[in-house]
Every structure is written in C-alpha cells, then in structure tokens.
Design a binder for this molecule. Structure first.
Ligand code: F6P
Length: 524
C-alpha cells in the first residue's frame, strides 16, 4: 500500500508550529541555556557508541513536542512500517524500497511478489565473500598468471559515490589492493586512471543498475579497448566483473556469467552500497569489514524502527531540519565531519538527499506551495574553518550544521586529536553563543588595542544563535560508518514522507540526458 497523502501545511500541528515559531524565533541560544540548566541532557540522545547532542538548536521542549505531533499527524509511523516491510512506496516507479533488507540479518521473511528476497540477498553476499577472498588472497590470477594488485570501479552516481566514499573512509582498514574509481565521461578521468595500471594485474568492476548509463558504458568500452591492446577476448573473464539488474546487456558486453553480480529494482542506486554495488568495498577492506558496515547500518535500522520518536535519532534530526527549512526559511544545511577520512561524505550525501528530496510536486501530483529538499554541502574540519566558515559565522544566511566527530583517532597522535576535537567543540560554541560588543570591547582593551575600539568593534562582533547538531561517535570503524550512513538515509526518508513527496524516483535527471544525446549527435 502506498504512503498516505497528507499536505503538511494543512495539519493542526503545522499551524501550531507556525504560531510557536513567531513566539520563539528571536530567542537567543544563550537565553535557552540560561532558562534551562538541564538543556544539554534533555536534548542529547545516545547509545553505546553514538551521541547526538541537539541542544544547540533554536528550540525548546515545546518545539520538540509540536514537531513530534506533526510527525504523528502526518502518519510517519505508518510510513515506517511500510518502508521496512516492502510496500510499494516508490509509487512512480512501482517499486518497493528495500535497501534496509540488504543488511537485515534476522530470519524474518521479506516478500516481494510472494518471493522471500532474503535468500537472494544471502546468496549474493556469499558470492561477494568468496569473490573477495579469492582476489585478496591472490588465488585469482590474471591472464598472465599474476595476482590482482588493482581494482577499478567503473560507475557513476549511486554506482560510484557510495563505494568511493566508503573505501576512502575505511582506508585505515584497507588491504594491499589499490582501489580506483572512474566515473566522469570526461576522457581525461579514465586516461589518468589507466595510465598507471597494468592490464595483467587489474580487475575492473562495471557497476550500473541499468547498464545503459552513458558515462559508465563509455568508460567501460574505452577500458575494454585498452585492455584488448595487450590481451585477448577470452582474457576478459579474468579481468572484468559487473553488477547490474540488466543481465542481457552484461552478456552483450562479454562478461563471464560467473563474474556477474545481481542488483534489484527494489534498491535505489543512491542506496545501493550495501548490495554488490559495494563489491569494491569488500575487495578493499575484506568481507568481514564489509559485513560490519552492514551490521552497523542494521543497528541504526533497529533503532529507527523501534525507538519512540522523542528518542529517535533520525526522527529528531529530520524534524529539526524541517523546522529550519520550513519555518526559519533556511535553504541549505552543511555537513561538517571532523575526520579527513570522511572527506567524501558531503558529496555522497548530496546525491542521497538532493536526488531524493529535490521535488516540487506532492504525492497527489500537485504543485507544492512549501519548501522541500534542502541544499546539502560541506567539507571536513578543520580545513573548512579556513575556507567557508567565515560566512557561516558572520554572513547574512542562517545555515544549520551537522558536526560529526570521533572520540578516538585511529593512529593515536593524541595531541593532534585533542586539537581536532577542541576545534570541533569550539566551532559549535562560537556559532551558538557568538561574541557580544562588550566582550569584543574588553578583548581589545586587554590586547592593548583600545585605540582601535571605535573602528573595529562592529566587525569583531559575532551574533551567534547559529544552530548545530553534534554527532559524536566513539571511533571510526566499518560498523560506526554503516550506522552513520543509515542515520542519514532514514533522515531523508522521513523528510520525504513529511513533505508529502516521492523520495525514491529521480525523473529530474532525465531531460538533461535526453538533450545531451541530441547535442552529442550534432557535435559528432
Ligand atoms: O542519473 C541519475 C542516476 O540514475 C542515479 O540515480 C544513479 O545512481 C546513476 O544515475 C547511475 O545509474 P546506473 O547505476 O543505472 O548506471
């Protein structure tokens, strides 16, 4: 059964939120903290290894209550149960949305057209495991009898961003295989990657859900031609694998049936890293770590499914985001991981969130009169402090931010880690509390700069009152990374439900592709 069609702006709770917004919009975070000494504890959610502190938001307890009333009135509970049980909630493509099934290790059946998909998932996982083990151990030989040294993932969008982001994030856990990603149709991209590769020791994985994507097919064809300059057609079986739903097209490309991994229509491209699309992850860090990544995501699935809204991390984060997007009129959200390993997380989340919720027609097909998908951007701390944070601190725009930090570093170097985390907490404090005229005045005086007070004072004032969430995680492991990604997947799902849009199609990318084909024929 499909999701209910409920216009959020017509709910009782929405109206109350509007009134509540007028009452509290000008209250400073300093006031909120002053008025409630227990604010930190009241607005922090935690479990074994995750802590979400949302006390630096422009909210009070009533805001949370009203937001939760809104989620209930918009029937979020019903949507969650349909999401996990495989109802056709991707109505415009007539599909279920079951990336959560890929990491569900329970014995519960999930039926699609009467077939339990759990056994297909298990068979594929077993195949990923044995394929990865054979390649990593060196048992898998290339056409001249040498072991594989390099793996190249050829894909784009969801068939690239997820694996690329995770492989980079889990570098610490990596084995000896060098992993590369070719995505752009820009021939210079593929040329730069292959120029250092030896065809005898390289394994190429072509990842494309549809196997019709221009970029991926062009890159795969160029690579095949390059490979065939030194090898023969029959050697392709030792060097090419493919992941797709389109088995016919894979066959036509000449890939050995044994090296074909399935994809399913009920997994959206941008949610597919948990499937065989994540083969490059499993090759890069080994199947045990890949499995832990899945377990971490599953842990977040359980939390999301079974926790009351008030203590539910994805629910709270999505409601806060709606609060800023729809009441404060914020247009963007910044994702700021304090870990160089998570360098690619913002781009990955851009696709996940913006391709999902960038919609302006509701589930009834009507033009929407309220704001939906937020613009996602970001970069890693501390580098971004020396780049764009000036605008977040003192610019004219209100930008809610998610800070993501880890209590422990991976290599030790504790002094570095202490400095990193000091910056993490300092940025959030500066954003929230700012610096008053009086404080600037005193500062200048103490620095023996009293003569400059008249000219400099207004420029050195920080207004503060800028919202942030702190997602503080014990340590970056495959498991905690899986949990973090799933947190954002659920956050965007909730927002789509509450905005009354379809989050799991992406028709907006089609027109450009069609026109590009027209131009291509002309340019040729
Ligand atoms: O163009 C957008 C898109 O369809 C994404 O949703 C998808 O992740 C990407 O292209 C790649 O598609 P495919 O895996 O079918 O090559």
């Amino acid at each position: 059964m499909a999701l209910k069609n409920i216009n959020p702006t017509q709910t009782e709770a929405w109206k109350k939120l509007g009134e509540h917004y007028s009452e509290i919009k000008d209250i400073h975070l300093k006031e909120f903290f002053k008025n409630n000494p227990n604010r930190k504890e009241e607005f922090t959610l935690s479990d074994d290894d995750f802590l979400v502190d949302f006390s630096n938001n422009r909210i009070n307890q009533q805001t949370i209550n009203l937001l939760i009333d809104f989620a209930k009135e918009a029937q979020l509970e019903d949507a969650i149960s349909k999401y996990f049980s495989g109802d056709v909630i991707n109505v415009t493509e007539n599909r279920a949305v079951l990336h959560t099934a890929l990491r569900d290790a329970s014995n519960e059946e999930i039926l699609i057209d009467g077939t339990n998909i759990k056994s297909e998932i298990q068979t594929t996982l077993t195949k990923i495991e044995s394929f990865s083990n054979t390649v990593i151990s060196g048992e898998w030989k290339g056409y001249t009898g040498k072991a594989i040294t390099d793996v190249v993932n050829i894909g784009i969008g969801g068939s690239d961003l997820g694996p690329d982001m995770v492989v980079e994030a889990l570098q610490f856990y990596k084995n000896h295989l060098n992993t590369h990603f070719v995505s752009n149709v820009d021939g210079d991209h593929v040329s730069e990657v292959i120029k250092h590769l030896n065809p005898e020791t390289t394994l190429f994985i072509i990842v494309s859900k549809t196997f019709t994507t221009q970029e991926t097919l062009s890159n795969a064809t160029t690579i095949k031609e390059w490979f065939l300059q030194s090898a023969t057609e029959k050697d392709i079986a030792k060097h090419f694998a493919a992941v797709s739903t389109n088995l016919k097209a894979i066959d036509a490309f000449g890939i050995d049936q044994n090296n074909v991994f399935p994809m399913w229509n009920w997994v959206g491209g941008r949610f597919s890293l948990w499937s065989a699309v994540g083969l490059s992850i499993s090759l890069s860090v080994g199947f045990t770590h890949f499995s832990s990544l899945l377990n971490g995501a599953s842990e977040m699935d359980q939390h999301f499914k079974n926790t009351p809204f008030k203590e539910n991390m994805p629910v709270i984060l999505s409601l806060l985001s709606i609060w800023y997007n729809n009441f404060f009129g914020c247009e963007t959200e910044a994702i700021l991981p304090y870990s160089q390993y998570l360098n690619k997380l913002p781009s990955y989340l851009q696709q996940a969130i913006m391709e999902s919720n960038g919609k302006s027609v509701d589930r009834d097909g009507n033009q929407i009169s309220y704001q939906t998908g937020t613009i996602i951007w970001g970069s890693t701390g501390t580098n971004m402090q020396h780049a764009f944070m000036q605008l977040v601190h003192q610019g004219t725009k209100l930008i809610p931010t998610d800070f993501i930090g880890f209590k422990e570093s991976l290599y030790g170097l504790n002094d570095h880690h202490n400095k990193l985390m000091a910056n993490y907490y300092a940025q959030m404090e500066a954003l929230a509390f700012g610096k008053t005229k009086e404080e600037v005045h005193l500062d200048l005086k103490f620095q023996n700069e009293a003569s400059k007070i008249a000219t400099l004072l207004p420029f050195k004032v920080f207004e503060g009152n800028k919202p942030s969430n702190a997602i503080t995680i014990k340590k970056l492991t495959p498991k905690s990374l899986g949990k973090l990604i799933a947190l954002y997947e659920h956050k965007l799902f909730i927002q789509g439900v509450l905005w009354n849009i379809y989050s799991f199609d992406q028709f907006g990318v089609e027109l450009g592709k069609e026109l590009a084909n027209k131009y291509y024929n002309k340019i040729k």
